[in-house]
Every structure is written in structure tokens, then in C-alpha cells.
Design a protein around this ligand. Structure first.
Ligand SMILES: [Zn+2]
Ligand SMILES: [Zn+2]
Ligand SMILES: [Zn+2]
Length: 235
């Protein structure tokens, strides 16, 4: 979130000069580059941004400097699930929360007063005085959702495609027949042959399975690679 970076830099310089550190100019260069980005950056990304500006500092120094910035209240360290540690600006008196896309890693910031008050109230109901909180919403971003193809019947899948079983239509009987074949929701299946008529041959749990066209019409699947999921791996 944007703020007056110039004032932040002056503030930082004043604090770092009383810190008794060496390489003050190098530290200020790192602060400059950090404050000029509005991203949630990893040490790796900071290192690259610094290189682009012609500063070649080792990652250890960059990390030490970023952590000092966090101690001094200029940066905030964040670790979202499944992602490396990131740093973002910390603007005093302002708070925001995050939405994280589990597919592409996109991070979106939001602030909602109603929700903030609700969290304080919930804490109070349990006898807590809230000091801090993390609100992270994980899901698929709009772009990743748009890229996702709608479900299709297994009968439409092409040989060579890897699909994930998403839904089983056709009521109890059909579902118990699928269960008898060992097929469950979220299972990955590879289409070995599908000539458009008669039975399909599937690779499932690394065995081959013949499945009637009627049942294959009732099993709804999505393409496995579009979900970023791995297909059946040999154990
Ligand atoms: Zn919040
Ligand atoms: Zn995404
Ligand atoms: Zn943020």
C-alpha cells in the first residue's frame, strides 16, 4: 500500500545511523529499492531488483538488512502457505489483509473495517483482547478461474488426456458401480483409449480399467494439468 516513501527513507536513515552499523549507504540503497516496489517481495526478488539497479550485494546481507527493516517497523515479514518468506511495506496505523491464489501465487490486498471490528468482537466474546491477527484467504484468482475449463463427461475425454474425477452423476447405483471399480472423487485417471463408441480404457492407480460408455457419461471430469495437479505417479 502506497505511502510517502521519501519520509520513510528519512525516518529509516535516522534510525539506522544510531544503530551503529557499517555500510550505511548500502543499507539505504536496499531501503530505496524496497520502498520503490509495491510488491510482497522475497529475498530472491529483492536480490534481483538490486542487481537491476547495479547493486551486487550477497543474499545474506540483503536478508539481514530486510530483517532489520522489519525490526525497525518499516517492513513486515509474511509467510503465506506454500510460499517463501516475503516482505512488504509496513505503514504505521494502516492495516490490510490478503487473498492468496493457490495456483499462480498472486497476492491481493484488501481492507475491510466491518471484518476488523467483527474479529475484535469475536475475540472479546472469548475473553480475548486482540493484539494482532492474520486474515489470509486462499483460493483461485479471477484469472486462474477463467482459465479453468468447465467440467465435461469422462466419455468426451481424449486418449492421452489426464483428468480428475470431479462429480459422479446418476444416483446411488451408478456411484456404487464406480466404487466397485475403485473410482473415487478427486482420483486422477489417464485416458488410454476412447474410440467414441463402446468401452473406454483408463489408466487408474497404475492399472488399466475398462469402463462402459454409459457410466463414462455420468462421470464429470476436468483436465488434470489445468488444476496444476500431478497425474498418477507410480508408487
Ligand atoms: Zn485484518
Ligand atoms: Zn491465480
Ligand atoms: Zn500486503
Amino acid at each position: 500500500m502506497k505511502n510517502n516513501n521519501y519520509l520513510e527513507k528519512i525516518n529509516f536513515r535516522a534510525l539506522v545511523e544510531t544503530d551503529g552499523n557499517d555500510r550505511i549507504q548500502d543499507r539505504l540503497n536496499i531501503v530505496d529499492v524496497f520502498l520503490d516496489t509495491e510488491e510482497h517481495v522475497t529475498i530472491e526478488q529483492m536480490y534481483r531488483l538490486l542487481r537491476e539497479k547495479g547493486y551486487d550485494y550477497d543474499a545474506g546481507f540483503v536478508r539481514q538488512c530486510m530483517n532489520r527493516m522489519a525490526d525497525l517497523g518499516f517492513a513486515q515479514k509474511k509467510q503465506f502457505e506454500g510460499q517463501p518468506v516475503r516482505y512488504e511495506h509496513r505503514h504505521l496505523g494502516r492495516h490490510h489483509d490478503h487473498l492468496i491464489c493457490t495456483k499462480c501465487g498472486k497476492i491481493v490486498e484488501f481492507a475491510n473495517d466491518h471484518m476488523e471490528r467483527l474479529q475484535v468482537a469475536i475475540a472479546a466474546e472469548h475473553g480475548f483482547h486482540m493484539l494482532q491477527h492474520k486474515m489470509e484467504i486462499y483460493g483461485l484468482c479471477a484469472k486462474c478461474r477463467a482459465q479453468r475449463r468447465p467440467l465435461m463427461p469422462l466419455a468426451m475425454a481424449k486418449p492421452g488426456e489426464r483428468v480428475v474425477i470431479r462429480e459422479m452423476a446418476g444416483g446411488k447405483t451408478a456411484r456404487s458401480r464406480m466404487a466397485d471399480m475403485g473410482l473415487r472423487l478427486d482420483d486422477h485417471v489417464e485416458i488410454i483409449s476412447n474410440s467414441g463408441e463402446g468401452r473406454l480404457i483408463l489408466g487408474h492407480d497404475c492399472t488399466r480399467l475398462a469402463i462402459g460408455r454409459g457410466i463414462a457419461q455420468k462421470i464429470m471430469v476436468s483436465l488434470a494439468h489445468e488444476e496444476g495437479e500431478e497425474a498418477c505417479q507410480e508408487a
